[in-house]
Design a protein around this ligand. Sequence first.
Ligand SMILES: [Zn+2]
Length: 106
Amino acid sequence: MKADRHPTYYDDAKVSCACGKTFSTGSTVKEIKVELCSNCHPFYTGKANLVDTAGRLERFRARMSRGTKLAQERKERLAKKQAKAAAEAKLKVAAPKLSDDSDDAK
Ligand SMILES: [Zn+2]
């Protein structure tokens, strides 16, 4: 090899995965950080596990819970409205007529 032409090659570059596994390999970079490795990738594990990268899963769950919360509130409002309407309808039936013609026969 020509001198000063090639990058330094590390025979024991340390690779650390987000799942906690570390192993060494050959590389021109001394330390490598990865999000997936053969220890945790669904292709190798056979399990459909969700890999959370940069809080995307967390944000998705927050969005989903917000949606269900809004739906719940809407449901409650509708129930309240219906109860109020039912109470008003009941009141209308129970209330006596204001313009009663029977008073004229006195
Ligand atoms: Zn891993």
